[in-house]
Design a protein around this ligand. Structure first.
Ligand SMILES: Nc1ncnc2c1ncn2[C@@H]1O[C@H](COP(=O)(O)OP(=O)(O)OP(=O)(O)O)[C@@H](O)[C@H]1O
Length: 247
């Protein structure tokens, strides 16, 4: 495995005033793997992604990519936050939103090149949303909105993709489209990190898992993480069902 192009998270800790959200978290996220970040409500899943990307201050630790701090290489990262963190009343069309994924390449206040327009159009096509390109984003269903934001991430042509709860509240058809895209990204050697709440069937899509509950409970291959002792530690004795089985 090519670990030199991995992300290495070491001793990451985050406090929000009196709440310890993450404590001494260590793991490696590998290119070419679809990696799920799982754990109960409030486990620190969103905080982990934000801390890795410098979007929330950390108390301790460091996140390296190719041996250098990841926060100095954010041009390599495409990030899609939780839907609840996006302002859906913002007056933008579907095309505008996807083209925003090209801003880093084009530069603010510069016209988008034909290449950028083609990349954005191809990304919209990939998520099956071309026919909605002139719609306002506020007029779309939740699943359609999620597809548009995934297209924006694809348009960034990044090496690292981070998606926070992309499957929350979406229909099965959209879920299948989204997982196809995630698998394609992983197969192309990208690092793909996906915060995922649901322990149902969807979990079988992930190659690797990071199981959190403030501290890291386990990380590695899906089978090694989904052990009953890990699950009951993470979920503190609650009976949880995953993949049709009780932990
Ligand atoms: N901006 C903030 N200010 C204060 N506390 C916060 C903030 N963001 C998160 N927290 C707290 O940090 C802890 C971790 O929250 P986080 O949202 O990272 O968890 P999560 O695993 O993503 O949860 P969920 O599955 O419910 O979305 C929780 O106790 C939460 O209440």
């Amino acid at each position: 495995m090519n670990s030199s192009a991995a992300i290495t998270v070491s001793h990451l800790g985050v406090n929000y005033r009196n709440v310890q959200a993450l404590e001494d978290v260590n793991f490696i996220a590998h290119p070419g793997k679809l990696t799920g970040i799982i754990g109960p409500n409030g486990a620190g899943k969103s905080t982990l992604v934000k801390a890795m990307l410098g979007l929330t201050p950390v108390n301790s630790g460091i996140v390296l990519y190719k041996g250098k701090p990841l926060i100095e290489q954010l041009s390599q990262v495409a990030y899609v936050p939780q839907r609840s963190q996006i302002d859906w009343t913002y007056p933008a069309t579907v095309s505008d939103v996807v083209l925003m994924g090209r801003v880093r390449k084009a530069g603010w206040f510069r016209r988008f090149s034909n290449v950028s327009r083609q990349v954005a159009a191809a990304a919209l096509e990939r998520v099956g949303m071309s026919e909605y390109k002139n719609r306002s984003i506020g007029q779309l269903s939740g699943g359609q909105q999620q597809r548009v934001f995934i297209a924006r991430a694809l348009a960034e042509e990044a090496e690292i993709f981070c998606f926070d709860e992309p499957l929350a509240g979406i229909d099965k058809k959209t879920e299948a489209v989204i997982f196809d895209i995630f698998h394609e990204l992983a197969d192309a050697g990208k690092i793909v990190l996906v915060v995922n709440h649901d322990l149902g069937e969807a979990i079988t899509h992930f190659d690797d898992l990071i199981l959190l509950n403030t501290e890291l409970i386990a990380s590695g291959s899906r089978a090694s993480v989904l052990q009953p002792e890990n699950m009951s530690r993470a979920y503190r004795g609650q009976v949880v069902f995953f993949n049709g089985e009780a932990a």
